[in-house]
Design a protein around this ligand. Structure first.
Ligand code: GLA
Length: 702
């Protein structure tokens, strides 16, 4: 703390708050790193005379702006007690440093409205990520109804001019939307009960001229798998405030006397190195918190997932034959998708009955798993624990276990209902059923699905259950992980409907999209990589033509697009012709050689123009890259007779590099040595090639 200012520094960013007696700290700065001793010097109010026709009291943006006592903007808290205490203002703030200079808890209290707000603020030294979380306590003797509690409020400089958010739908996640920032309120919210396909809980705010690699940009993401809301609001000093938090359904924020409400965590970061710099910060932060079995990530095994190969038609004979063929192309983990459990022959029945279907697997799964293990592959299994079909033994026994509202119809989606897993008996049932499978067999992986939105989401007592459901899902995952610590979990939700830092506290991979058309995946994966690192990005080589788009791409393009993620294959390998089988085996070999390089260090994405999109995965030794893999994807025919070069701005202009094309056939074309400066400024010569082709290059410092 410096002269009434509270200052936090990380490697490349700083936060400055102004502490004042009897009120909440004022926001003064969030941006690139300031020198240790830098401070605003002057209290904010001394620098801005009161404008005309205003309150005779100046209320600037605080870390937790509240409604009704002089702040007219968006409030971080909306609450009342049966109509009373509708306005709040903090009357005191106690500062508790948890890590000096880096993490602090601000204990705010409102003695009039009888509530306290603990706001934790931490700036992570290495990732430059700012973590905010709010916990509200009801100190009164009557219930407090909370309508909105921001996880955090961020200050954005006035020169910000655009916001990049992600819309989408099933089979089209991470659809980029760029909106100008103006004096109009910018707001996004989702009330579907899950992270959602159509409203990713996060965004990126840019300043004029920011590019992939340059310029000041800000990003924020809510680590939460339920309803959410974010708002950016222009302020009267020309700056903006950005709030993000859980969207509470009516009644969900009711706090009995003495009760507390904790918000999800807000994960924010800024970078002076454009969108790729921002992505690197988010990646570093997620890597810091992923909870791997054994404490560290093992090389990501190549998957075979049965879904698009077999759909529900999983019978031991063909599945074993597929496993044999899969092992022969180099698959390392075989994942049995939907269709294996009691009565599951289509999507109209069986969810909830989590034991092997006796007609398909009369002896259980043991024989199949032994076959898979015998081929040297690990075994994974698909489940969708939070769901139930009306046509299931579970629902017939416990119709009251589905979320519902008395007097209203049960609304199905994909013929299924949402189980009320906040009921201990329902989550105990699921734990026992899944634990029975995991205890009986060497299953090291669960693909955990969630295939519908929540409506109506009524709990047994008739109140809204969105929030309870998310906490119960996290608790069930945590309980299973504690009991079976070697098991990894994939978060799937009709593809990418549950991808967030919240679920990733308990999981290790996400299914990015049910669309595995490689061309569609170029954009989907690029949006994903803005927030999440490649090693958790489920990316599969699918069938041609693609089942979701009807488009056909050659094996090389399909493989190259999937390669940088957590690679898998999702087709019946037995149907491939000899050439495609050999090529797929070659690409899997390339993946195994490169995965250590692809899944650690930094990722840059870029657009070289003329339809060429690229990704560069490299170490980051200081500012100078010494080893990287370039994946250049030509998405459409060139407009030129000669292919334009591709610049690699992240390389060290003072170094020399060995440049070698990577081929799946094992052929090692001659390496060339090139000047870093040439690659940075003039660019790498590119081959002339057809649309939907890939060019891969290893770039190593000499
Ligand atoms: C969802 C998933 C798919 C597959 C099916 C099974 O759609 O995203 O990958 O697991 O469910 O029903």
């Amino acid at each position: 703390m410096l002269d009434g200012f509270l200052i936090l520094h990380s490697r490349r960013s700083s936060v400055v708050l102004e502490l004042l007696p009897g009120e909440a700290p004022l926001w003064r700065y969030w941006g690139p790193r300031l020198p240790d001793a830098a401070s605003p010097g002057t209290p904010l109010r001394d620098t801005r005379p009161l404008p005309s026709f205003m309150l005779d009291f100046d209320q600037p943006l605080t870390v937790a702006p509240t409604f009704g006592v002089g702040w007219f903007g968006q409030s971080a808290l909306l609450a009342h007690r049966d109509g009373q205490d509708f306005a709040q203002a903090f009357t005191g703030c106690e500062v508790e440093w948890t890590t000096p200079g880096a993490a602090v808890v601000l204990h705010l209290r409102d003695d009039v409205a009888r509530l306290r707000l603990d706001l934790s603020v931490a700036l992570e030294a290495d990732s430059d990520v700012l973590l905010l979380r709010s916990t509200l306590h009801n100190d009164g003797d009557t219930p407090l109804d909370v309508q909105w509690l921001a996880a955090g409020t961020l200050l954005l400089p006035g020169r910000c001019d655009a916001v990049r958010s992600y819309a989408g739908q099933h089979v089209h996640e991470f659809l980029l939307q760029v909106d100008p920032l103006t004096r109009s309120l910018w707001r996004k919210e989702s009330r579907r009960g899950r992270t959602s396909h159509d409203c990713f809980p996060g965004a990126v705010v840019t300043t004029p001229g920011a590019t992939e690699d340059t310029g000041l940009v800000f990003g924020a993401h809510l680590a939460w798998s339920g309803n959410h809301q974010q708002t950016i609001e222009w302020l009267h000093d020309g700056q903006y405030q950005w709030q993000m938090g859980e969207w509470l359904a009516p009644g969900e924020g009711r706090l009995a006397p003495g009760q507390s409400l904790q918000s999800p965590e807000l994960v924010a970061t800024c970078s002076g190195q454009g969108l790729n710099g921002l992505a690197a910060n988010f990646h570093a932060e997620l890597r810091r918190r992923l909870d791997w079995p054994g404490g560290a990530m093992r090389p990501r095994p190549v998957h075979l997932n049965t879904w698009e190969g077999f759909y529900f038609d999983v019978h031991p004979g063909p599945v074993k034959a597929l496993a044999t063929a899969a092992a022969a192309v180099g698959i390392e983990r075989f994942v049995l998708d939907d269709g294996w459990f009691h009565g599951r022959h289509h999507d109209r029945a069986a969810l909830g009955d989590w034991w092997p279907d006796a007609t398909k697997f009369p002896e259980g799964l043991g024989d199949l798993i032994a076959h898979v293990n015998g081929l040297g592959m690990a075994f994974g299994l698909w489940v969708e624990p939070e769901m139930v079909n009306p046509d299931s033994d579970l629902f017939r026994a416990h119709p009251d276990w589905a979320l519902q509202i008395a007097g209203r119809p049960l609304l199905t989606a994909r013929n299924q209902l949402v189980l009320d897993i906040a009921r201990p008996e329902a989550s105990d049932y699921l734990f026992e059923k899944i634990a029975a499978l995991l205890s009986a067999h060497p299953i090291d992986y669960l693909k955990w699905d969630l295939n519908r939105d929540f409506a109506p989401a009524g709990l047994a007592n008739g109140t809204a259950g969105y929030r309870a459901q998310v906490h119960a899902a996290y608790a069930l995952m945590a309980r299973l992980r504690a009991a079976f610590p070697a098991v990894e979990i994939e978060s799937c939700s009709g593809g990418g409907g549950r991808i967030d830092f919240g679920v990733l506290r308990h999981t290790h991979r996400v299914w990015t999209s049910d669309c595995i058309d490689a061309l569609s995946r170029v954009d989907i994966q690029r949006g994903f990589l803005q927030f999440f690192p490649p090693e958790i990005m489920g990316a599969h080589v699918g069938t041609a033509p693609s089942h979701t788009t009807g488009r056909t791409q050659n094996m090389a393009f399909r493989a190259a697009v999937a390669l940088p993620g957590h690679l898998g294959v999702e087709l019946d390998v037995r149907q491939l012709n000899a050439a495609d089988t050999a090529e797929l085996r070659g690409w899997i070999g390339v993946y195994k050689q490169l995965r250590d390089r692809l899944h650690h260090g930094r990722v840059w994405t870029g657009d070289a123009g003329d339809g060429v999109r690229w990704q560069f995965h490299a170490d980051e030794a200081g500012e100078a890259v010494s080893d990287g893999v370039l994946i250049a994807l030509r998405t459409r025919p060139s407009d030129h007779r000669y292919a334009p070069t591709l610049r690699l701005p992240m390389l060290d202009a003072a170094a020399r590099y060995r440049v070698r094309e990577i081929r799946p056939d094992g052929a090692a074309p001659d390496a060339r040595e090139m000047d870093g400066a040439w690659l940075v400024h003039a660019g790498l010569p590119m081959p002339r090639s057809h649309a939907e082709t890939a060019f891969l290059v290893r770039v190593e410092r000499v």
